[in-house]
Structure formats: C-alpha cells, structure tokens
Design a protein around this ligand. Structure first.
Ligand code: AQP
Length: 326
C-alpha cells in the first residue's frame, strides 16, 4: 500500500473545518493507504500555550480522531514528540532549506501578526519540521485542507534540494490530497474557520449550541428583511449548504432566497440539522472514550513504536547519505 501522513495540532477542540478539510478524508483513505496520523505537539508549542493542559489536549485530540472514525487497527496514531527522528531529520533538512522559501510562507506571516509578542524561530521553521514529519516516513500523499498547500509545496522543494545536494533520489516528493470543502470559511464569512478565531463550530457542540452560532452567522448583507430577495452566490451560509446539504435542500434555499419565499433562519435550521447529523455521533462516541484514558494511551504508545521503526529505517539511509556512517 502507498503511504500517507497527516496530523493536527493539540491546540483545542477540532472544528468543522478540520473535519471537512482533513479528518473526514482520512477516514475514507485509511482503507486504501498505509496511513500515519500524528498529534503534532511539537508544532503546537510554537505559540504560547498552557503546559498544564497539554496532556489533556493531546488525549482529547486522539479521542476525537477515533470518534471521527479513525481505526487504530488500520491507521497508525501517535504523538509526534515520541518519535525522535522527526526532529533529527528537521535539523538536517534545515541545512538545505533556502531562507527565501521560508520568507514566502503565508502561515508564518499570519501567525507572526497574531502572535507579534512571540515571533520565535520555531514559528518560522515550522514548515521544515512539517517537511520532516512527512519525509521521515517517505510518505507519498498528504491529505490536508487548502491552507496547507504551500507547506506541501515547500516540502517538495526541500526534498528536491536534499536529493540534488547529495546526488540521490532518496526522499520522494509528496503530493497533497484535497477534499470537497478543503477550505471551509468561518461563521464570520471573512476568513477560514480557525481554532484561534471565534468563527468556528466545534466537534463537541450540541444542536442548540450549533443553532445559536448559526443564528449570528453572516449571510447576504443586503438582505435585511425576510421579504427582501437575497443573492445565494454571495451568502456564506449558502456556500456551507453546498457542502452539508442535499441538492434538493440547496435548490429549496437558493430559489427561496432569490424569491424571498424562505428566510435565512429557515435555511440555517436545515443547515443546523445536517451539521448536527455529522457532529452528534462524534460527540457521543467521544464521551464514551473519555471514560478510558488507558485505552487511548496504549494506542498512542503502540503507534509510536511502529512509527519509530519506520522513521529509523529512513534515518539509517539519511545518515549514510550524509556520511555519518562510522
Ligand atoms: N477552515 C478549514 N477548512 C478546511 N480545512 C481546514 N483545516 C484547518 N482549518 C480548515 C485543516 O485541518 C487540519 C489540521 O489543522 P491543524 O490542527 O494543524 O490546525 P490549523 O490548520 O492551524 O487549524 P486552525 O483552526 O486554523 O488553527 P489555528 O487557528 O490555531 O491556526 C489541516 O490539514 C488543515 O489544513
């Protein structure tokens, strides 16, 4: 089976964007690929965080993966910091990574603005660690949301530089795998749904909470009264319908909006029911998993052993190529 790698940061509850852009895709792919899914705790410390809640957030993310349908018998699940080869390869790759490429990264520019009091080297070299995460497993594919495409491009560039510098083809250039809804906009309609912005629906929310958030979500700003006709093309909620609702429901909302036959609240109620159908089983399964931390810790430890073996095999070759083979 071809191998793929992906991960998410333990920085808080996963949201609908993480699910639609990444995790949902992982669940489908685990039957076709040799899948490695990581909890990337080393990435999460590039911004300020509370170390007292890190353990809980790591376990929470592992439970969410499983509640979403990741099966530990099919995919390897592990914590990034438990496989030391990631950071070893990162250092090596940093010696072939052009600064000019890192300077172009939009995520760094965004995060540097968001965390202007803490612009650290880790935040800047984040894409090099991400490249190491992928290349240490020689993964061919990386299922991610659209926001990560630039980081996969730089991973390919870094693999190319390494191969060119050492006259080898040892590190394969990975490709991104994007899903429908690879960029889910937030409730504000202005930016992508994001943990660090108050524009998300969390995978732990119940129907009431989802509807409360949808009530305040941005629609066509020109449609003020229910009797006004609206333009679905510029309505963020209609973009959500295209992802979450059936064709029949989409037509009902689109035609009804243009002719003022249906109000935004009714369209949002349809959306709420469809989103809740996705989130509710995840929320309930996660509540069950919350009772058994030992089971989760076992899965993560097993995953780390399996991943360390694969990563070490790659690193034996890398060390040899570098001339570290005494
Ligand atoms: N809005 C989104 N639409 C589609 N996919 C998304 N992803 C994130 N947001 C969206 C995808 O989710 C995966 C895991 O992401 P992460 O844990 O690395 O966090 P992130 O990308 O940094 O997510 P956030 O919410 O945007 O976190 P903050 O606010 O802390 O920066 C990735 O595959 C990502 O593409």
């Amino acid at each position: 089976m071809k191998r793929l790698f992906s991960g998410a940061q333990p920085t808080g509850t996963l949201h609908l964007g993480n699910y639609i852009g990444a995790i949902k895709n992982w669940v489908e792919l685990q039957n076709k690929y040799d899948c490695i899914f990581s909890i990337v705790d080393l990435h999460a410390i590039t911004i300020e965080y509370n170390q007292k809640s890190m353990r809980e957030k790591i376990l929470d993310l592992a439970k969410t993966y499983i509640a979403c349908g990741i099966e530990p018998d099919k995919a390897k699940l592990f914590i990034q910091s438990q496989v030391k080869q990631h950071t070893e390869l990162m250092w090596i790759l940093s010696t072939v990574t052009p600064l000019g490429e890192l300077n172009r990264m939009t995520q760094f520019k965004d995060k540097a603005k968001q965390h202007s009091h803490n612009i650290n080297l880790g935040l800047y070299s984040y894409p090099v660690l991400q490249a190491a995460d992928i290349l240490v497993y020689k993964a061919e594919f990386v299922p991610v949301g659209e926001d990560q495409i630039q980081h996969i491009e730089i991973t390919r560039e870094i693999a190319r530089k390494f191969n060119f510098r050492f006259n080898t083809d040892y590190l394969p250039e990975p490709k991104e795998l994007l899903s429908k809804g690879a960029r889910l906009m937030g409730l504000d309609g202005d930016s992508k749904m994001s943990k660090s912005k108050n524009n998300f629906i969390g995978l732990d929310e119940d129907e009431k909470s989802i509807m409360n958030k949808l009530r305040g979500a941005k629609t066509d700003p020109a449609r003020i009264k229910r009797t006004d006709s609206g333009n679905p093309k510029i309505c963020n909620m209609f973009a959500w319908h295209k992802i979450f609702s059936s064709e029949e429901e989409q037509n009902k909302c689109s035609d009804g909006c243009k002719t003022a036959q249906i109000g935004c609240v009714d369209c949002k109620k349809i959306l709420c029911a469809n989103i809740n159908k996705i989130i509710e089983p995840i929320r309930l399964k996660k509540q069950e998993l919350d009772k058994d931390n030992d089971y989760i810790i076992d899965i993560l430890k097993n995953g780390a052993v399996k991943c360390s073996n694969i990563a070490e095999e790659t690193m034996i070759g890398v060390r040899d190529i570098l001339g570290f083979n005494i």
